[in-house]
Design a protein around this ligand. Structure first.
Ligand SMILES: *Cc1c(COP(=O)(O)O)cnc(C)c1O
Length: 232
């Protein structure tokens, strides 16, 4: 597609997703302003992100620190209100880069990471919004703390490492009904006294909003399909 066509379909997709978010929020008796739409721009280039910004989108998600670093510093300085969320696994040796670049980290999932984040936040004075990732489907290949360990982990982040955890995040198993995973995450967040819920992707964000999602992470419904090689 020519750049113009990309921009046109992008802005139509964004309008469509925003309308669905608003409708799902309303149906759940919630305000659409209580749901943050994170446009997941992984695998798409900086020009595409710029087109989304031109269409009024200022909140983006990336799953890799390196990719975020390659695309966002210039966009961030041009658009100070831009918010960047890390939604993929964070290695301890990338904590410094991640804290410097990202405004929110959705994937706090182990003590070693909590410790490294704590030290880096103290060192820099930065205060990214933090989510604990919960492996609601207890899938071996997936990151996140087990549901039965989530409350103790959040507590340990708070008391031992002084981290303010804002909420919980999950990625339901691909082959299961997402609703039960969203319900579980909602229950865990309530039990832990946490307000923010990062859940819902292109295929299920309306369901997630019904279960209280405050942050939905939507990629392909906005930017189109990613090529299979880079889709992870
Ligand atoms: C890629 C990704 C998304 C977006 O997925 P889509 O199905 O394209 O909306 C959401 N969350 C995470 C953690 C991702 O890695």
């Amino acid at each position: 597609m020519t750049p113009n066509l990309v921009a046109q379909s992008l802005s139509a997709n964004l309008a469509d997703v925003r309308a669905h978010v608003a409708k799902a929020a309303e149906a759940a008796g919630r305000k659409s302003s209580d749901v943050t739409l994170i446009a997941v721009s992984k695998t798409h280039d900086a020009e595409t992100v710029a087109a989304a910004i031109a269409a009024g989108q200022l909140v983006f998600g990336e799953n890799r620190v390196q990719e975020g670093k390659a695309k966002f510093p210039l966009l961030k300085s041009a658009h100070p209100a831009l918010e960047l969320h890390l939604i993929g696994p964070l290695q301890t040796n990338k904590v410094r880069d991640a804290v410097a670049l990202f405004d929110a980290i959705h994937t706090v999932d182990r003590i070693g990471l909590a410790e490294a984040l704590s030290a880096e936040l103290k060192r820099t004075g930065r205060t990214p919004t933090l989510f604990v990732q919960v492996n609601t489907g207890e899938e071996e290949q997936k990151a996140g703390v087990a549901p039965r360990e989530a409350l103790a982990f959040v507590e340990q982040c708070r008391t031992q490492y002084g981290l303010q955890i804002a909420g919980l995040m999950c990625i339901p198993p691909a082959d299961e009904e997402p609703a039960m995973h969203f319900a579980l995450l909602l229950k865990l967040a309530r039990d832990a006294g946490l307000k923010e819920l990062s859940m819902g992707m292109s295929g299920d964000y309306e369901t997630a909003i019904r279960f209280g999602a405050t942050h939905v992470r939507v990629g392909s419904a906005i930017f189109g399909a990613r090529s299979a090689v880079t889709a992870a």
